[in-house]
Ligand binder design. Structure first.
Ligand SMILES: [Zn+2]
Length: 359
């Protein structure tokens, strides 16, 4: 079983990479055709007189979903920009409503600029997005362009970075495609697009980004992290990765191996495996086989043979989110969980209750 799931993980990662490659060759999907294309141009600097550089890019935007500067920036950073632009200044995007050299550049970061930008697009045909070259870095940028001479070199470099990113990810039983785990035990599920964004940020040497630190953009924001829910059980995850493998070997990708997943969940239903998590280590122990009369206390004795530190006690919850169920140590585990693969979170709390704080 362990071997089987390892193979499935690798294959799903591979399919991720090939999907991303297809998007980057700028094939228009039906969804992109429905979007509004805005021309992106690059200037040598913001201050006038400035020079417009060769090359332009049509960036598809779904105008209804553009709400912030980050939405505009993220879409630009996920594209392959013309090589002659070199490195562009991050966090500085403007728009102009005329193509003349004297045209004003409106900074998209200023108050109300996004709303103005969206309404201008609808009436001004010549509206363009503008980015600027990173001037202090011109020497370094041109050196880098020489290193990454062709598009395919860039793709190779990008794929190598992605491979390193995947290698560095923490191991997680819940997110087979990879995830990030924060200090408080929340997970950010990573898909191919997020990994590509991260790899691009490394490629353009975005400040503060490396193979362990993702870019400081909305997609990686701390509020996107979630506690893994016990509803999405391990059996579901395993059957999902089996479907991935099946889909790769069939030519018609819409065929889904539904029978496969059904067979697995009924086979596992008669037994219970419990995975333990704590705030800082998730998972702490995976797939503990639970026998009929085992209590939570039995489990705690096994995992923490020395017991809790003095003045503290363990509490057992279905989730660390507000509203997670609390279980008492003497409850019989089998009577609590219906799913074959379930999850509990263990936390510490003070034993002593100050009655003055309550009454
Ligand atoms: Zn995870």
């Amino acid at each position: 079983m362990a071997n089987l799931s390892e193979v499935a993980i690798d294959e799903s990662k591979l399919s991720d990479l090939s999907e991303v490659t297809a998007t980057q060759s700028e094939i228009l999907t039906p969804i992109e055709q429905a979007k509004t294309f805005i021309t992106l141009v690059c200037f040598d600097r913001f201050e006038k007189p400035h020079k417009k550089l060769d090359g332009a890019l049509a960036i598809p935007y779904d105008l209804d979903s553009v709400k912030s500067f980050g939405d505009v920036e993220e879409n630009i950073l996920s594209r392959t920009l013309p090589e002659q632009w070199g490195r562009i200044k991050l966090g500085h995007i403007c728009y102009q409503t005329s193509k003349t050299m004297k045209a004003d550049h409106y900074d998209l970061k200023s108050d109300g600029a996004i709303i103005a930008f969206i309404s201008e697009i609808k009436c001004k045909k010549n509206l363009q997005l503008c980015v600027y070259q990173e001037n202090d870095e011109i020497t370094r940028a041109s050196k880098r362009i020489r290193t990454l001479e062709t598009e395919s070199d860039t793709m190779n470099t990008l794929n190598n970075i992605k491979k390193k990113l995947y290698d560095n990810l923490p191991s997680c039983d819940i997110h087979v495609q990879g995830c990030l785990i924060s200090d408080n035990g929340k997970h950010l599920k990573l898909d191919g697009d997020l990994i590509t964004l991260w790899a691009r940020a490394i490629l353009i040497k975005m400040q503060g980004v490396d193979e362990l630190t993702p870019p400081n953009i909305p997609s990686f924001d701390k509020n996107k992290y979630r506690y893994p829910t016990s509803k999405r059980s391990l059996s579901e995850v395993h059957s999902e990765s089996l479907i991935d493998t099946t889909m790769q070997s069939t030519t018609n990708s819409t065929v889904q191996s539904v029978t496969n997943s059904a067979a697995i969940s009924t086979a596992a239903r008669s037994t219970l495996y419990l995975t333990l998590h704590t705030k800082k280590k998730s998972p702490l122990k995976s797939n503990i086989y639970i026998t009929n009369n085992m209590t939570f206390q039995n489990l705690l004795n096994y995992v923490f043979p020395n017991g809790p530190p003095s003045g503290k006690r363990f509490i057992i919850k279905s989730s660390l989110e507000i509203g997670g169920q609390l279980f008492l140590p003497d409850q019989i585990i089998n009577q609590v969980f219906k799913e074959a693969y379930s999850h509990i979170w263990i936390d510490l709390e003070d034993v002593e209750v100050k009655l003055d704080d309550l009454f």
